[in-house]
Design a protein around this ligand. Structure first.
Ligand code: PLP
Length: 398
C-alpha cells in the first residue's frame, strides 16, 4: 500500500477508520457498584414494582427539570397514550403532529383514539414547522390536540407552538423522548405544553432499561396519569376509565436513578463532542448538522448529518455505504417519515409533506454516546472529510 492509499476512503481501498467496527450507540451503566447495591435493596424489600424507588426517581427527575409533577411509566409510548387519553383525544378527531418523528408519536395518538394529521418540519432544525401546524389545525374538521417532538433533543419552537395551540383551543403535548436534559431559552424541556413525555429506553440519553416519565405542571393531569398507569384503578378496583398497566418496576427505576445522577454533565459532554465534530467538518460542501438555536441546549440524543446531495456529491444512502466500509454504523433517523409508513397508508397523506420527504432523504445519523472520547468523534469526522473529495468516484462505486 502506498502512502496516498492512507488518504483514500476505505470504499476505494484505503484503510478503514474503525477496522474493529463502530456501533451507533454503546451503553455504559454509570455507578455500577451503587446500582448493584440499590438493586439488592429492591430485591430484599419484596416490592418489585411502583414502590419507593419509583417515587425517588420521580422526585429526582422533577428536581432536575424544575417541574411540579413527574409520573414514571413503563415507557414513553404508554405515557403519551395516557396523556392523550386524559386530554380527551378519544373520538377520532385530528391530532396534528410532525411527519418527521418516530412511529410511537403517531401510534400513541392512534391508541388514544385520535387520527394523525401530519405537518411539515422546519428545514433549519427539523422540528415541527409552526406555520404548517397552524394551517393543518385550521384545515382539520375536528382538531383535538397538537403534538410536537424535540427531534434529536433539539427543543421545538415552544412559544409559537403554544400560541398556535391556544388559538386553536387544543392541548399541546410533547414527545420529549429525546429531550431529557434539553432546554429552551434557559427553561428545561419538561416545562412546556400540557405535558412532556420522556423515554428512558436504551438508545436514549438517560436509561432505565425500559421506562418513561410524564412531566407536567398540571396536578389534575398528574393524578389522572397515576390512576391511568394502574388500569384506571383509583385504589378500590372500581376503575374510573380504561387505563393501562403502564407501571414502572422498581428495578427499572433503580437503573434510571443511576443515569440521572450526573445528567447535566453527560449532556454537556455530548455537546462538546458535537462541537468537535462540527468544527472538523465545517469546510465540507453540502453538509450541515441539526443544531439548536443559540442559547438552547440539546441532549444530542442523535448526531445527525443533513446532506445536500448535489453539493456534497453523495446521497445519504451512498454516504452510509461509504461509512460502512470505514466500519462506521449509521441510521437514517427518521426514514421513512410517518406519513409514508405502511401503518398510516390508510390516511392518504403520503404525498402531503414535500419538505419532510426531502429531509428524510437527506439525513444520516452517525455514532455518538455519552462516554465517547474526543479522539473517536474526530475519527468519525475525519472519515467524512476523507470521503467527500472522492464523492464522484464513490457515487459510481458504492
Ligand atoms: C424512542 C422514542 C419513543 C418511544 O419511547 P419508548 O420509551 O420506547 O416507548 C417515542 N418517540 C420518539 C421520538 C422516540 O425516539
Amino acid at each position: 500500500m502506498t502512502t496516498t492509499d492512507q488518504n483514500l476512503p476505505a470504499a476505494l481501498g484505503g484503510a478503514a477508520a474503525f477496522p474493529e467496527g463502530l456501533p451507533l450507540t454503546r451503553l455504559e451503566v454509570p455507578g455500577r457498584e451503587e446500582l448493584l447495591a440499590r438493586l439488592g435493596r429492591v430485591l430484599d424489600s419484596g416490592m418489585l414494582t411502583n414502590g419507593p424507588t419509583v417515587r425517588e426517581l420521580e422526585q429526582r427527575a422533577a428536581e432536575l427539570i424544575g417541574v411540579e409533577h413527574v409520573v414514571a411509566v413503563s415507557n414513553c409510548t404508554a405515557g403519551l397514550m395516557l396523556v392523550l387519553q386524559a386530554a380527551g383525544v378519544g373520538d377520532g378527531g385530528s391530532v396534528v403532529m410532525p411527519g418527521f418523528s418516530f412511529s410511537a408519536t403517531a401510534h400513541a395518538a392512534r391508541w388514544a383514539g385520535g387520527t394523525p394529521l401530519f405537518a411539515e418540519a422546519r428545514v433549519e432544525d427539523v422540528t415541527l414547522d409552526p406555520a404548517d401546524a397552524e394551517a393543518k389545525l385550521k384545515a382539520a374538521d375536528r382538531p383535538v390536540a397538537l403534538m410536537a417532538t424535540h427531534v434529536y433533543g433539539t427543543p421545538c419552537r415552544t412559544e409559537e407552538l403554544q400560541r398556535i395551540a391556544d388559538a386553536a383551543g387544543v392541548p399541546l403535548v410533547y414527545d420529549a423522548a429525546h429531550g431529557l436534559g434539553s432546554s429552551r431559552k434557559g427553561v428545561p424541556v419538561g416545562n412546556f405544553g400540557l405535558a412532556e413525555v420522556f423515554s428512558m429506553s436504551p438508545t436514549k440519553v438517560a436509561v432505565a432499561g425500559e421506562g418513561g416519565l410524564v412531566a407536567t405542571r398540571d396536578a389534575d393531569l398528574a393524578a389522572t396519569i397515576r390512576t391511568g398507569r394502574d388500569y384506571g384503578n383509583p385504589g378500590d378496583y372500581d376503575t374510573l376509565f380504561h387505563g393501562l398497566n403502564a407501571r414502572m418496576s422498581e428495578l427499572h427505576a433503580a437503573v434510571g436513578l443511576a443515569w440521572l445522577a450526573d445528567l447535566p454533565q453527560r449532556v454537556a459532554h455530548r455537546g462538546s463532542l458535537v462541537a468537535t465534530f462540527a468544527s472538523a467538518v465545517a469546510g465540507l460542501p453540502g453538509l450541515r448538522l441539526a443544531l439548536p438555536e443559540e442559547g438552547d441546549v440539546s441532549t444530542f440524543k442523535d448526531l445527525t448529518l443533513i446532506l445536500d446531495a448535489d453539493a456534497f456529491g453523495l446521497t445519504n444512502r451512498q454516504l452510509a455505504d461509504a461509512l460502512k466500509a470505514e466500519g462506521i454504523d449509521t441510521r437514517r433517523y427518521f426514514h421513512p417519515p410517518l406519513q409514508r409508513q405502511k401503518s398510516y397508508a390508510y390516511l392518504g397523506q403520503a404525498e402531503s409533506l414535500p419538505v419532510t420527504d426531502r429531509l428524510a432523504e437527506s439525513v444520516l445519523t452517525v455514532p455518538l454516546w455519552t462516554h465517547m472520547d474526543t479522539a473517536t468523534v474526530r475519527r468519525i469526522a475525519d472519515a467524512v472529510v476523507r470521503i467527500q473529495p472522492h464523492a464522484e468516484q464513490l457515487a459510481a462505486a458504492v
